[in-house]
Ligand binder design. Structure first.
Ligand SMILES: N[C@@H](CCC(=O)N[C@@H](CS)C(=O)NCC(=O)O)C(=O)O
Length: 113
């Protein structure tokens, strides 16, 4: 049986793992397509903005990890009990992005300077 959803990313956690968590938590089947490094240059040409993660669903394709995560969270009723809790979910996502940003800035600083 094929699943309705296809998530395309590399064989890494990176910007796709929170989307995989949403599928797992919701118990929804999806195709976890992990592009091997050697196939990336060819695959990149057909990805929106040449980047992944990408979600395919019902013949449509979209990129942007957090937009995909929010869309699925809404569909699977994982955005909290009310608008305030939905806001708290969004705030948590943005805080995690800030933390990742600071981590990569620290990594660059430690390895370049
Ligand atoms: N804002 C985008 C960024 C996506 C992004 O940076 N994807 C990287 C992997 S983490 C990528 O596709 N890199 C390969 C390339 O640019 O060729 C998102 O959150 O989905």
């Amino acid at each position: 049986m094929t699943s309705d959803y296809k998530l395309i990313y590399f064989n890494a956690r990176g910007k796709a793992e929170h989307i995989r968590f949403i599928f797992a938590y919701a118990g929804v089947d999806y195709e976890d397509c992990r592009v091997p490094k050697e196939k990336w240059p060819e695959t990149k040409k057909s990805m929106p903005f040449g980047m992944v993660p990408v979600l395919e669903y019902e013949g449509r394709t979209v990129g942007q990890s957090n937009a995909i995560a929010r869309y699925l969270a809404k569909k699977f009723d994982l955005t909290g009990r009310d608008e305030w809790e939905a806001l708290e979910c969004d705030a948590l996502v943005d805080t995690l992005s800030d933390l990742k940003q600071s981590k990569s800035q620290l990594y660059i600083y430690l390895h370049i300077f």
